[in-house]
Write a protein that binds this ligand. Structure first.
Ligand code: ADP
Length: 458
């Protein structure tokens, strides 16, 4: 059977209530039962005290000094609350019984040494009976007194109590089930609301967030958690869209250029030199596409947070030498000089790959945008732990400076149109610096040059 959540709660609560009610009733019943019997026994004892005060002993024989009063006593209570009295001698012969016993006899146990209470059925009626030994001064038992009291009232109380419980029990359970079911239904109403909202959502429409409940309870937490999950999904989705748009946008220009070049080339037969020229142009565009793809792939890795940092001691001078060698050809073409003002024993604790990527991008920019016969100075300031890269290139106009670390931002520097550029280099540098805890600063003056400062923490 597929029970609804609210019904499961109601059923469970009702079961707990049923067990609790049974336990409470049993406890109440036992207390009333014991109290009732105690009350009966104390009545019998009272009666016994009264009767014993009227019994006198002559040697080993019983003498009833106030027989007349015994009769009276019995008469006065016979109708409403009959009390049966019987006295038996040591041989078991009944020597006295109250008149209401008529020809009957109360049950009694032989060889009685101490007081005894028990229930018996007498003339189809239940009575509580007390049996007391009558002893001489030296402790010899010479008879016994039996007193019986009707249990009708007590039985009535206990029966009424039981009946009341059996009548109330199912009604209370039913009431409890209905009430808890209603309460459970009210409690899960916000969950139903969430389900209804969530059902309206699909991958392309997760903009509306789930409404937060008024009370700051678990449902509130659940809703807030789902909302933050939706937030993350949306961010991821937007990033995905952005990357797709970026890729198509960035690739379109070189691809259009390649297509145009090739179309011009096949239009008519050309001189081998012209072919060579156009093919070289196409190769340049393909290089550019390659560069864009590499940058974009790295960007995607950064965006997905799929970059792990392994910090190790890195020899800064060696790393800069490697980068310098990588750019040697381009620098020679522009007759540029790269000066390393870094002590060879400088060691910094960092992630080799990430730092190399950062410094490589900065050197690449200095070379790309640098003038012919320009220079780039890399200087390590040991006391402040600052590595600066200073070039004497065209510089970046002040109005562009605040944005150069933005994604896809390119400053329009005159004469740099031929430079392979995506606007991603410095964005990647900034991201990598943040990941590694390196502070980066830029200062630049138009027509004078640009300086990037990397501040490494201890
Ligand atoms: P990209 O070089 O691919 O265009 P970057 O993010 O590396 O992208 O640089 C952003 C812009 O900052 C560049 O377009 C360029 O105009 C400017 N820039 C960066 N470095 C230098 C530099 N050393 N000298 C002059 N301009 C620079």
């Amino acid at each position: 059977m597929n029970l609804y959540f609210k019904n499961r709660i109601a059923l469970f609560n009702t079961l707990v209530a049923a067990v609790t009610m049974l336990v409470v009733f049993a406890a109440v019943y036992i207390v009333v039962y014991i109290t009732t019997y105690r009350h009966l026994d104390s009545n019998i004892l009272e009666e016994k005290e009264e009767l014993f005060s009227q019994i006198s002993l002559v040697g080993d024989s019983l003498v009833f000094s106030m027989n007349a009063e015994w009769e009276e006593l019995e008469h006065s209570r016979a109708e409403v609350d009959p009390i049966f009295i019987q006295m038996v001698d040591a041989k078991g012969t009944v020597i006295f019984h109250s008149r209401n016993l008529e020809n009957d006899q109360l049950q009694y146990a032989d060889s009685l040494t101490s007081n005894l209470f028990f229930n018996v059925v007498f003339n189809d009626k239940k009575i509580r009976q007390g049996q007391f030994p009558i002893k001489t001064e030296n402790g010899k038992i010479i008879g016994q007194l039996d007193i019986g009291i009707s249990m009708a009232d007590s039985i009535l109380i206990l029966t009424n109590l039981r009946n009341a419980f059996f009548a109330a029990f199912p009604l209370m359970l039913l009431f409890f089930y209905v009430v808890t079911s209603l309460l459970a239904s009210r409690s899960i109403a916000p969950v139903k609301k969430l389900i209804a909202y969530a059902e309206k959502m699909h991958y392309n429409n997760i903009d509306p967030r789930l409404p937060l409940p008024v009370h700051h309870d678990e449902i509130y937490q659940l809703t807030a958690t789902i909302n933050s999950l939706l937030e993350r999904i949306e961010t991821g989705r937007n990033r995905e869209k952005q990357i797709t748009a970026d890729i198509s946008h960035e690739l379109r220009t070189p691809l259009t250029s390649i297509k145009g070049t090739l179309e011009v080339l096949v239009r008519k037969t050309r001189e081998p030199q012209q072919y060579e020229e156009k093919v070289l142009q196409v190769i340049q565009e393909v290089d550019s596409i390659n560069h864009i793809i590499n940058q974009l792939l790295y960007l995607a890795r950064l965006d997905s947070g799929n970059i792990s940092i392994v910090k190790k001691p890195v020899k800064l001078y060696d790393m800069m030498m490697t980068i310098k060698n990588r750019w040697r050809l381009q620098m020679e073409n522009k007759a540029m000089v790269m000066q390393l003002d870094i002590p060879e024993n400088t060691v910094i604790q960092t992630d080799f790959g990430l730092l190399e990527m950062m410094l490589g991008n900065l050197v690449s920019n200095a070379v790309k945008y640098g003038h012919k016969q320009g220079q780039l100075v890399c200087h390590w300031q040991a006391d402040t732990r600052i590595l600066s890269l200073t070039d004497n290139g065209p510089g970046i106009p002040q109005e562009h400076l605040p944005y150069i670390f933005d994604r896809f931002y390119r400053a329009d520097i005159p004469g740099s149109s031929a430079v392979q550029s995506t606007g991603l280099g410095l964005y990647i540098v900034k991201m990598l610096a943040t990941i590694q805890g390196i502070q980066i600063e830029v200062s630049s003056q138009e027509n004078k040059g640009t300086q990037f400062k990397l501040h490494f923490n201890e």
